[in-house]
Write a protein that binds this ligand. Sequence first.
Ligand code: AKB
Length: 318
Amino acid sequence: MKRILVTGACGQVGSELVPALCDRYGAHNVIATGHRTKPGQELLDSAAFYYIDCTDIKCIEEIIKQHNIGTIYHLASILSAKAEANPQLAWNVNVGGLYNILEAAREHHCSVFTPSTIGVFGLSTPQDNTPQVTIQRPNTMYGVSKVTGELLCDYYYHKYGMDTRGVRWPGLISYVTPPGGGTTDYAVEIFYEAIKHRKYPNCFIKEGTYMDMMYMPDALKSAIDIMEADSEKLNHRNAYNVTAMSFAPEDVAKEIKKHIPDFYIDYKVDPVRQAIAESWPNKMDDTAARLDWGWQPQYDLPAMAVDMLNKLSAWLKI
Ligand code: AKB
């Protein structure tokens, strides 16, 4: 078997996707790479790790050649709030990095998984049951770079017959590695604060703001399932809407309260992230993913909350 390369392996998704890929395909078949962040011990114990910079095509090609790579999970990306703070960096990493990955993959005949996001939608998109194919006019650099990424992946598929695939992930909730610089990060932060302090007084997203969310085991499953799907059945190939739940801050607080009765939430809204959140869907329609490759999440809000509270308490040794 040709090996699997993971970029952004030290991030929120990468730190859990690498062990999942090792379990499924064997540790010797997985090469983890990161740029600046130091890998955790668990990651180092699970797979070979190298530092690479996706904005440098030479080092991508080098690693593909050296390790006989056949599939790339390209996770390296700048998230929404960080992208608004540094749009130039976001364009370079999210578009320039992806372009380099696609070019190197074309040259060396690799398949490529690229996650997109609910951030590709904007205020003119239908916010409820957001269709698979709809208006995409985001007003953030994150959204602009990710729509460009979706189009680039489609282009490489149509022009060169490359095996590019991807999903639009919602906010991802997990405990191994915290997310960095996203708008949906509050949905992770709330669990840390609930366990450590039994309160979350500074929720930066306003009450009543609905966004799609997903627990990490489902996100990993979506990435692996779409890459293993029968290519003939993929009517959309890249950027499939996938979701598992939709909630507002008060809904997740209510769920946490069932397990920590004195928990309370209060709000200190961040206008930048609030504006981003309001431009995103309330809930996507992921029928196309369900029909084409059998997408089926396993965790809804109550199941995610109980698992997250248990696992995060153990992780924090509280
Ligand atoms: C973010 O909030 O930027 C990400 C995303 C939804 O793409 N979690």
